[in-house]
Design a protein around this ligand. Structure first.
Ligand SMILES: [Zn+2]
Ligand SMILES: [Zn+2]
Length: 207
């Protein structure tokens, strides 16, 4: 799939095309090329860890075929337009991020565009990869085999009793705990008031 086809696929999910989708698509192609993996993939050889969600992640997904639903796309929410591409077969990995001056450089590749936004949108599509992206070899601190884990493994948390899959449990003092019970959890439970059924405030469901 070429860049135009990828961008069409990515923007169809948003009804718009934006510079971050272009960066995601370019990174997806660059990451796959650096690892010598064919994309969009039809197997699970490529694992991508994106460092932010949003449009950027959709550009990466469109280029690589990696999806959360396939367990080939993960989020490490660092708030960065960056991603690490892992060949799970060999463990080889590269982390890719835009070069620091890409916003300015994009203008040189789209001189006809007056607005910054459109200069980036067009420029990022035209810029040579070496000017757009920095590609660095990395090793994962948690091996890919542990991230992927095995199908069918499940245990129950000793405190809340909920089931844990993919070996995400934590063993502490011989107790098997889920990450929420081991803490800190990303949520706190709200005490339920019996006489008032749980309802969302009006408008809360509207995105
Ligand atoms: Zn967007
Ligand atoms: Zn628990």
């Amino acid at each position: 799939m070429n860049l135009d086809a990828i961008l069409e696929k990515s923007s169809s999910r948003h009804r718009h095309l934006c510079p971050r989708q272009v960066l995601g698509a370019r990174m997806g192609l660059a990451g796959a090329a650096a690892l010598g993996v064919d994309v969009p993939q039809r197997n699970k050889r490529l694992l991508v860890i994106v460092e932010t969600d949003g449009c950027f992640a959709d550009g990466v997904a469109a280029a690589t075929g990696c999806e959360m639903g396939h367990r080939t796309l993960r989020l490490a929410d660092y708030g960065k337009i960056a991603a690490t591409f892992v060949d799970v077969k060999t463990g080889t990995a590269v982390r890719i991020f835009p070069r620091s001056d890409v916003r300015q450089r994009a203008r040189e590749y789209a001189p006809e565009e007056r607005k910054h936004y459109f200069a980036q949108l067009v420029g990022y599509q035209r810029m040579p990869e070496a000017e757009l992206l920095e590609i660095r070899p990395v090793t994962l601190t948690t091996p890919a085999s542990e991230i992927v884990s095995r199908a069918g493994v499940r245990v129950n948390c000793a405190l809340c009793g909920e089931e844990i899959i993919n070996e995400r449990e934590i063993v502490r003092d011989g107790m098997v705990l889920c990450r929420a019970c081991a803490g800190p959890a990303y949520y706190e439970e709200v005490a339920l008031v019996a006489e008032r059924p749980f309802t969302l405030p009006i408008g809360a469901a509207a995105d």
